[in-house]
Design a protein around this ligand. Structure first.
Ligand SMILES: [Zn+2]
Length: 79
């Protein structure tokens, strides 16, 4: 009888689950994020249909860019 390896661990450590739920692999680098931040901020204010999942995912995981985006939105909003 041959032993076939299990496809995945029987018990997934809680920590692993957490790191899966958190987006630890942003699709954008911070640089790319900054490049499209103008578009993102404009869209956030003027285009409710606009979806940029890569941006959203990055901003969720990167507080530096999130703050930057938010202050840009605030700035545009104040104009
Ligand atoms: Zn970032």
């Amino acid at each position: 009888m041959s032993q076939t390896p299990r496809p995945r661990p029987a018990v997934i450590p809680e920590q692993a689950v957490e790191s899966l739920l958190q987006d630890t692999t942003p699709w954008l680098s911070c640089e790319e994020c900054f490049e499209r931040m103008d578009t993102y901020a404009e869209a956030a204010l003027h285009d409710p249909q606009h979806r940029d999942e890569a941006m959203t995912a990055h901003l969720r995981g990167c507080s530096a860019c999130e703050e930057e985006a938010q202050s840009l939105i605030d700035l545009l909003e104040g104009q």
